[in-house]
Structures are given as C-alpha cells and as structure tokens.
Design a protein around this ligand. Structure first.
Ligand SMILES: Cc1cc2nc3c(=O)[nH]c(=O)nc-3n(C[C@H](O)[C@H](O)[C@H](O)COP(=O)(O)OP(=O)(O)OC[C@H]3O[C@@H](n4cnc5c(N)ncnc54)[C@H](O)[C@@H]3O)c2cc1C
Length: 378
C-alpha cells in the first residue's frame, strides 16, 4: 500500500514482481460486491446500550467511556490477544497486537487518521489458527477488508469490534497542519505526541481538546472547535473519496459483532457529573457480541433508545456527505506542498462557503414553497 497524492493508503502493484495470480483481486472487498453483500445479510436485531468502564483512569484515557478497554481486557484475561490502532513515533497511526494490559494502553483513544494495516491480517490469521481468542478493532471498512481476506469465514474465536465512523481525513491535511502548528509555535520539530481526544476540558457537549506535547514541558491544549485540523476534518471536505460512498454505512452495512461510539447527547438523560468523564455507546449486532458484553465484570450496560442514539450519531446511520465546495478545496489542498499552504486561510474560505450554501438552500426551499403554493391556487 502506498500513500496517494491525496494522502490515503492505496494499493499499488509492482508489475516487475507480480506473478499474475489475481489473489489481490479476489480478496479486494470492493471488487467482490456479491460476497460482501451476502456477508451483510440483515441481522435480526441491534441492541443499543450505553456505559463506561469502572476504572476512572482507564475511562479518562479513553475517547468515550472506555468500553473498548473493557471488552479488550475481558479477551486478554482469557489468554486471548487484541488487535487495534496505536500512534507511531512518526505521528501516523498503525494497527498492532496487544498481548497484555500494558500494551493496550497505546490503543486507547481515537486517532483521527487512516491507520496502516500492514501485514496485520496475516498475523491475525496465525493467531486464529492457533485457537486463541482474537479481538480485532478498526473502522468498518477494515473489518470488511479482514473478512474478505478470511474468505468471509467467521471462526468462533474471532470477535469484531468497529467504531462509529465519521470517515477518515487525509494524511496530507495532517502534514499541512503539523507544519503550520510547528511554525506558529516556533518549535524545532513536530510534537512528540498528540492526543485527539483529551478530556482535561471535559467530554460533555463535545468539550474535548486536542493535546500536543512539544517536549521540555511545553504542552498545548486547543478546544476541538478552535483546532484547525479538527475543523477541517469535521467540515467533511478532506475525507477519503471512499468515505462519501461508504460500502459499510448504516446498521445494515456493519459486519462487526459490536460497534462502539460516543454516547453523545446522553447529558440530556443523565446527571452532568455522571457523564463528564465520558460515556460510550455500544450497538451489539450478534450473539457473540452479546455474550462478550454479558461477561464484562466492571461496566454496567444500560439500554439507550435507537432514536436518541441515531439522532446524536448520524455517522451510525449514513456516510459523510461531500460538501459542494469540496472539489475546489481538495484541489487547493492536495496540489500544495505543505509548506506553501495556510490551512487557516483555507478554513476561512470554507466557513463563508458553508454559510453561502446554507442561505442558497434556504432561498431555494422558500421559492419552491411559494411556487407550490401558487400552483395549488384555484
Ligand atoms: C476516524 C474515526 C472517526 C470516528 N467517528 C466517530 C463518530 O462520528 N461518532 C462517534 O460516536 N464515534 C466516532 N469515532 C469513535 C470514537 O471516537 C471512539 O473511538 C469510540 O467511541 C471508542 O471509544 P472508547 O472510549 O470505547 O475507547 P477508546 O480507547 O477511545 O477506543 C479506541 C479504539 O478506536 C480504535 N481506533 C483508534 N484510532 C483508529 C483509527 N485511526 N482507525 C481505526 N481504529 C482506530 C482503537 O483500535 C480502539 O479500538 C471515530 C473514531 C475514528 C478513529
């Protein structure tokens, strides 16, 4: 896999060494639509739950309520292993394996970037064949990729946990952001570490922050609404093209046993102080998922209404919508060298653009209503 000029991992075939066996074509989850659709056969029911891990430290380190850690610890305690995403020293996320609670720590927290899967499916298959219980976590299309690799067979020792996915933003956007932040900070290099979901400023009402550690005690916190990268990510302008037409969108598209997300909006139902440290949403799709949740010793999972969950988590129901101005914004970002482009300037253009689009849509709707009204007159 290579990084495309837009900053996403794409397959690339070396024609010099290719032996023409076509295995890559057979295991590509996008090419074999038929097999994928069969695997996506409608599930009988989806259980909506909310909850959090009881250990306050683990809850604080997690993006939401830490249900991922609760599930992973249950699997580790039975001698199983867990596959998930950690941030590399190069500030790019990648998939790896955790054998114990200490190795799980780096997997906690969302990394809002595409993760490098590398050879991890191969290692996972080895673990499955050895009979160990295996938990794999990732975005829904990575679950799809893994199942396609396994020939859509689901061995009983495999548990699949995906996350509610807004879409993944470009690595090129990330490089632009890091470059600009470094210049603004007059720092000699990139930050030592970044957390996309720091809870020092809270979790309720989307109050989390981006935390950058520049070294020598210089730690910077920016509220997510003020952070250029988060604003660009949430504008939907710079997601992978595949995300706008996600093959795994909606509950019907999920291939996992459990989908985890943030229980946004739960503050309307629970006392503020109870949700302040973060609450997870879990949508359980299969018997295997239900069995694992029943075994959890710490967290109590309470039912949450599907309507409330879907209202606050639109990404659970549908793929990200590509804004009208995305093409020109993408051209500007993707054709620029990181050092030439000002992300702040680009973002200033996005905001009035969105306002203009909203006003235009309002005007159109109003004109349509007027037309329909006059057409109905006797
Ligand atoms: C790109 C992306 C978009 C998301 N969009 C939404 C959304 O719109 N709405 C919502 O409610 N939740 C979204 N989430 C999920 C949410 O942020 C939490 O990860 C999830 O709620 C689990 O939180 P937790 O507290 O249970 O555990 P955490 O410890 O926070 O869970 C971390 C889990 O996320 C996985 N993970 C982290 N980064 C990546 C990555 N880059 N690629 C694949 N897997 C990763 C880890 O392997 C681990 O399983 C998104 C996550 C990512 C990575």
């Amino acid at each position: 896999m290579v990084v495309s000029h837009e900053g996403f991992y794409r397959p690339s075939i070396n024609e010099q060494t290719c032996i023409g066996c076509h295995r890559c074509l057979h295991t590509c989850p996008l090419l074999d639509e038929e097999a994928r659709r069969r695997a996506q056969a409608p599930r009988e029911r989806h259980l909506f739950r909310y909850g959090w891990i009881t250990d306050p430290e683990l809850r604080r380190e997690s993006s939401g309520g830490g249900l991922f850690s609760a599930l992973a610890l249950a699997v580790l305690s039975r001698g199983g292993c867990v596959f998930g995403v950690v941030m590399g020293d190069d500030l790019r996320p990648y998939h790896t394996k955790a054998e114990n609670a200490a190795e799980l720590q780096a997997m906690r927290g969302s990394k809002y970037l595409p993760s490098r899967v590398g050879d991890i499916y191969r290692e996972l298959r080895r673990e499955l064949r050895s009979g160990r219980q295996v938990l794999f976590s990732g975005v829904p299309c990575q679950i799809g990729g893994l199942l396609a690799y396994l020939g859509y067979k689901r061995p009983p020792n495999l548990l699949l946990v995906d996350i509610v996915c807004h879409g993944v933003p470009s690595l090129h956007l990330w490089d632009c952001y890091l470059h600009e932040e470094q210049q603004k900070r007059h720092a000699p290099g990139a930050p030592r570490s970044v957390s996309f979901r720091d809870k020092s400023s809270g979790w309720n009402h989307y109050g989390y922050s981006i935390r950058k550690d520049w070294g020598a005690g210089d730690v910077q916190y920016t509220q997510q609404g003020q952070d250029a990268f988060m604003r660009a990510f949430l504008s939907n302008m710079f997601l992978s093209k595949a995300c706008y037409n996600c093959r795994y969108q909606g509950l019907a598209g999920k291939l996992s046993d459990i989908t985890l997300g943030d229980a946004w909006g739960i503050w309307e139902e629970l006392p503020e102080e109870q949700c302040a440290p973060g609450v997870s949403l879990a949508v359980i799709h299969t018997e295997a998922g239900e069995a694992l949740c029943r075994e959890l010793s710490g967290p109590v999972l309470e039912p949450r209404s599907p309507e409330q969950s879907l209202r606050h988590n639109p990404s659970l129901a549908r793929a990200a919508v590509r804004p009208a101005a995305a093409s020109s914004m993408r051209r500007k970002l993707f054709s620029a060298k990181p050092c030439r482009l000002s992300l702040e300037k680009l973002l200033r253009r996005i905001t009035p653009g969105r306002l203009r689009t909203r006003l235009r849509n309002l005007l159109r709707r109003w004109l349509n209503t007027c037309r329909q009204g006059s057409a109905g007159l006797p």
